[in-house]
Design a protein around this ligand. Structure first.
Ligand code: 4AD
Length: 475
């Protein structure tokens, strides 16, 4: 009752509070500041209220005591309410720690928007024990947490670091379309849609468009959403992901591998050289060390041998792709043979045993996309290999897929035919081979997968703002 009668007014005789974001308080020590944000933590101890305030740029410890802690608003304050705090910024006492090394001694404050208490309270809707599907429904609230927001901050830094690195290598950023009428990585994973009465798709990869930029802009890259209708409920598959792709002209396959390695290592170096992002990496992945160069390179054929030498088998399948069961009804396990796809589980075990980034290269043509350049040598008449590579990282597996591209128009026409692709809508892609062809190649990197590796996250779902996976497009 007493508290209801206390009305706070700001003392006009004090210096005017300077409006600031938490991340920029460093130079305002000793001054009177005004900070707005969300109540991230709240503790009431012997008539003193401690608030950790959050505004996206950082966290600020704030102390309310005396009259400012005795108002009705103070006694009914809840987590996640928005408040405006005015006070003097002071260094924390010796021996104590707080974010930024300071705390706000509040002399005036107000609630801008309360959050509910009781059943609807933030901590009741969201807690660590919540079911994963509930957490997915509450992604908008999960994002307010320290881990989720740190991952997204690191993601932002990663994207700008990638851009800086690519630009420093003379690649120009372009923005290809999302709505397309051509496939790149196979019809099975296309999201189809009706486009003014014509069939169209959400893009799987911007590669074909990047190839068309080479004659006008030189080497290019893009950061674009790609869409894959994959019915894969794995730790590393999303239905929509951020795809960083690049394309380079007049290169060899060896140049391509060296370039990918340089972009990745220089991007990581940039992140570690920045104290803010280095701190985020340390927070999320304390054992992170920058990978050593050069990366291990292993041919597909050697990888098949390696898997067999290490007893890593795969599930046997019949001609229709159905898993063959043994007498106990369990999948029958068999050795790998040249021509087999190296499945996610085998790939993961290999990278976990080797423990370093590695390029797998030279995959059989029948496992890869239609546009890939064939290797100059083969396996007798049995297999044709391609100048293709996957970069595998420990803990995640494949994060990059790339290749050299076919340069010859007739060879490309034959490849369309083999794949059962109608070349008509690809006329513009074919024209690249008609009007001054060149040796070229490129790659695509899954940003969420890279981030999962960098930030040591269990799944790519944690590395996307609002992840999409089969049957999930909410929030
Ligand atoms: O290996 P992919 O399918 O290659 C391409 O799309 C090429 N056209 C790229 C190019 O050469 N420009 O995909 C490239 C990368 C993969 O290595 C993986 O990191 C990521 O994209 N990726 C996915 N990430 C999350 N969810 C999915 N469903 C993904 N599919 C591919």
């Amino acid at each position: 009752e007493e508290s209801k009668r206390i009305v706070l007014t700001e003392d006009e005789s004090l210096a005017k509070a300077k409006k600031a974001k938490i991340g920029h308080l460093g130079s305002l020590r000793g001054q009177r500041v005004s900070v707005s944000g969300w109540v991230h933590r709240l503790r009431n101890q012997k008539d003193i209220i401690f608030i950790v305030l959050r505004d996206g740029t950082g966290y600020l410890q704030s102390v309310l005591s005396g009259k400012v802690a005795q108002t009705y608003a103070a006694l009914t304050l809840t987590l996640e309410s928005t408040v405006q705090l005015h006070g003097t910024l002071q260094a924390v006492p010796e021996g104590k720690t707080a974010p930024g090394g300071h705390e706000l001694v509040v002399d005036y404050w107000k609630v801008l928007g309360g959050a509910p208490g009781g059943d609807e309270a933030f901590t009741n809707r969201l807690n660590e024990k919540s079911d994963p599907s509930i957490l997915a429904d509450l992604r908008h609230l999960v994002l307010r947490g320290e881990i989720a927001s740190a991952v997204l901050k690191l993601r932002a830094a990663l994207l700008s670091s990638f851009r800086d690195t690519l630009v420093s290598h003379d690649l120009l950023e372009v923005t290809p379309p999302c709505l397309v009428q051509t496939q790149v990585e196979g019809g099975a994973t296309l999201f189809k849609l009706d486009y003014y009465g014509q069939p169209a798709y959400l893009t799987q990869s911007s590669q074909l468009y990047l190839e068309t930029c080479l004659p006008s802009l030189g080497d290019v890259f893009c950061v674009q959403e790609s869409f894959r209708a994959e019915n894969s409920h794995t730790r590393r598959h999303l239905s929509e992901y951020t795809h960083l792709e690049a394309e380079l002209a007049f290169i060899t396959f060896d140049d391509l591998l060296t370039h990918i390695e340089a972009i990745i290592c220089e991007t990581v170096d940039r992140l570690l050289a920045n104290p803010t992002t280095a701190a985020l990496i340390k927070q999320l992945n304390p054992n992170f060390t920058a990978p050593a160069r050069p990366f291990l390179r292993m041919s597909y054929v050697d990888a098949i041998k390696w898997l067999n030498e290490h007893g890593i088998q795969h599930e046997a399948e019949d001609a229709d792709g159905n898993v063959i069961l043994d007498e106990q009804g369990k999948p029958k396990m068999v050795d790998h043979a040249v021509g087999d796809d190296i499945a996610e589980a085998a790939e993961r075990r290999m990278t976990d045993i080797l423990g370093v980034p590695m390029f797998l290269y030279g995959f059989p043509a029948e496992l890869k996309s239609f546009y890939m350049k064939r290797m100059p040598y083969g396996d007798g008449d049995v297999h044709l290999f391609t100048e293709s590579c996957d970069l595998l990282m420990p803990g995640v597996g494949e994060i990059v897929g790339g290749s050299m591209r076919m340069t010859d128009q007739d060879e490309l026409s034959a490849a369309y035919k083999k794949e059962g692709i109608d070349p008509t809508p690809y006329y513009w892609f074919t024209d690249q081979r008609k009007y001054g062809t060149c040796e070229h190649g490129g790659y695509g990197l899954g940003v969420e997968r890279f981030l999962a590796w960098l930030a040591n996250r269990y799944t790519v779902r944690e590395c996307s703002l609002y992840p999409r996976w089969p049957s999930r497009a909410t929030p």
